[in-house]
Design a protein around this ligand. Sequence first.
Ligand SMILES: *Cc1c(COP(=O)(O)O)cnc(C)c1O
Length: 466
Amino acid sequence: MHPVLAEDRARLTELLRSVSELAGRELAAVDARPAARLGPAPEPQPLPAEGTGTEGALARFAERWSPGFSGSSGPRYLGFVTGGATPAALTADWLTAVYDQNVGSGIGSSAAALERETLAWLRELFGLSEAHSGAFVTGATMSNTVGLAIGREWLGEQRNVSVSDDGVAALGPVTVLSGAPHSSIGKATSVLGLGRASLRRVPLQPGNREAVDVAALADALERMDGRPAIVVANAGTVDTVDFDDLRAIAALKERHSFWLHVDGAFGAFAALLPSHSHLTDGLDAADSVCLDLHKWFNVPYDSAVVFTRRQDLQVRVFHNSSPYLGPPSLPDPDFLHLTPENSRRLRALTAWFSLVAYGRDGHREIVARNTGLARRLGDALIGVPHLRLLAPVRLNTVCFTLADDPTPDRVQAAARAIAATGDVFVTPTVYGHVPALRAAFSNWRTTQPDMERALMAITDATAPVS
Ligand SMILES: *Cc1c(COP(=O)(O)O)cnc(C)c1O
């Protein structure tokens, strides 16, 4: 063994103690860390020929890299939709590497069964049916991609071809219908060979809504002339967190043939709140469902799940049979037959720990608190003359812009000025052709004083110079 490696092995307990101390210090100060860092990254250095050992690497990292990292795990990083890591999830993430299980196959370890237990808990948490089976993937983009891949196989089944065997060309043209799809849906259509042009936007409900007009969707399906389609329904759009009427869309199946995929990446967490669970009514009717966990579930990157009612089709798409891996065994095929990956980390452990540690009630409290903070920020911004709320705050996101002349340049400059305060980070978007900013609350640490500090920073940094 290389002597540096041997020394690290001998000192492992000590090394873990020092990284644990560093982690403790960093996390104790995460409130004070600037939400975003705008400076340049360090210059690249040459490949080290000789190693420093872990202690040296830790020192180098602390000196060169960690100062430029954002406070994205802290309470006032409101950009995109970004979760943090609860103490239980963080603990579990460390243990995931400690045990370093490969849950592609179930051979020789109970770890895959832990993933199944976690999936059953999540299924119940979100009110999905017993008919839904799940799998962990890296993020909502991958979850959407897997959901649409199963939908693509289903289209093949309707047309008596096997896409898995004969390729996507055997299908002929495909239509994917959606009102306000997340950009990852377009990416999925590209990856899956359906083509980005297969994605057709269906008109939205009138009156500042991002929810699909169900009558217009019915018309679009009618125009399919009996050819089956894929419908992507949205449970929580990124700009205004609007929800399609899932129940009404599912009811269209009585007259039309389509695969119903629901992108509920973060919006589906409304199901945890009695006050908002009507928004996800009908989620259980979906053929496939996307839920992100590294956003509002507050486990570290990267983690999401995909659920489907047609595990048989999922196996047709993803099976990876070989003499050494064996064929998929139903009803609980090894995960390598269900997802794009072959080898897979025990991604479920963080969610398992967080559910055991905090339960349904603990996760509900996070969602309720973030939702209340978003509403109060939205209410407060209504009272700021130089800012304008662009949509009602439906859940955890506040979409707003400059009241006066919100050109792309001015809004970008406002985003930079807000980030430069270090107090809060929000990200730009364009909503209804208007350049805008979004503040999304999804971190378990965020409290009322954080919201007030964010409000102050946003208000001051965008104030007109007088
Ligand atoms: C964030 C998001 C995605 C993509 O999720 P990743 O985890 O970044 O891949 C997809 N759909 C919706 C609605 C999202 O909010």
